[in-house]
Design a protein around this ligand. Structure first.
Ligand code: ABF
Length: 251
């Protein structure tokens, strides 16, 4: 494809708190300005620490004022975000066709394949990405990569049915990730449980396998007990990365 374009600094983004926060905000604001069109009525809102800036820009652009415009969350966190910004909340079962979904990512490669699920929300995120006419990724510069797994080392997030986790773990080892582990809560009190009541396995794969994420995705998804894989292949239409110098890279 064509080389990533560099957009000049956004004229209206307020001064940064930290460089990373500023770069997240830059990406989010630029994506909202370009992709949340006034005629759009159904907007998917992703999860993670970049997405609050998406909502911030939606509000500051007055895009929340239209009472016909509904916002669909990808997680408990994004539902809270929508509600606290006083946006109209909807669900994907009411609105299975979404105009645009904007979401974060853990890493994005040269052809817009993504690792997602570091926040354990990738099942709903993928449903909303797929339901959207346009799926847009926003992130800071650390997520911009050439090969998945180079920056995000903890592995491919795999959501699994609780009772099946040990068998899936064994099979993920056989697929090529001997280092795969069940994700534990930070408190170490037990496994992380997703919004859907499932567990998450983190599976690092060798670079040669990560160079073909679609094949890897299909192999993992075939394993019985797997609910969804945090590899998003051929889904994103564009990705925006805020840079340290205040510019935005778009791929
Ligand atoms: C969600 O939040 C996830 O798919 C991904 O794990 C994470 C990215 O978060 P952040 O914007 O905080 O980097 O989008």
């Amino acid at each position: 494809g064509s080389p990533p374009a560099l957009i000049p600094p956004h004229p209206k983004v307020p001064p940064p708190t930290t460089v990373i926060e500023a770069s997240k905000r830059l990406a989010a604001w630029t994506a909202v300005d370009r992709h949340v069109l006034p005629e759009y009525k159904v907007i998917g809102i992703g999860s993670g620490s970049t997405v609050p800036y998406v909502v911030e820009r939606i509000v500051s652009q007055g895009l929340a004022r239209n009472k016909d415009r509904v916002f669909i969350p990808t997680s408990f966190q994004s539902k809270e975000l929508i509600v606290s910004a006083q946006l109209l909340l909807g669900d994907v079962d009411q609105y299975p066709v979404i105009d645009v979904t904007i979401d974060g990512a853990d890493e994005v490669d040269e052809t817009l394949n993504c690792i997602k699920g570091g926040g354990a929300c990738h099942l709903r995120e993928k449903v909303l990405a797929e339901a959207a006419d346009t799926f847009i990724v926003v992130a800071d510069y650390r997520k911009n990569s050439d090969v998945l797994g180079k920056n995000f080392k903890q592995g491919v997030p795999i959501e699994v049915a609780q009772f099946a986790y040990a068998k899936v773990l064994q099979n993920v080892h056989l697929v090529g990730s001997p280092g795969a582990t069940l994700r534990m809560a930070k408190s170490k009190a037990g496994p992380v449980v997703t919004d859907n009541g499932n567990f998450v396995i983190d599976a690092p794969f060798p670079e040669e396998m990560m160079r073909d994420p679609y094949t890897l995705l299909t192999r993992i998804k075939m394993l019985t007990g797997v609910v969804e894989v945090g590899l998003f292949c051929h889904m994103a239409k564009a990705a925006y990365f805020g840079n340290q110098d205040g510019s935005v890279t778009v791929k």
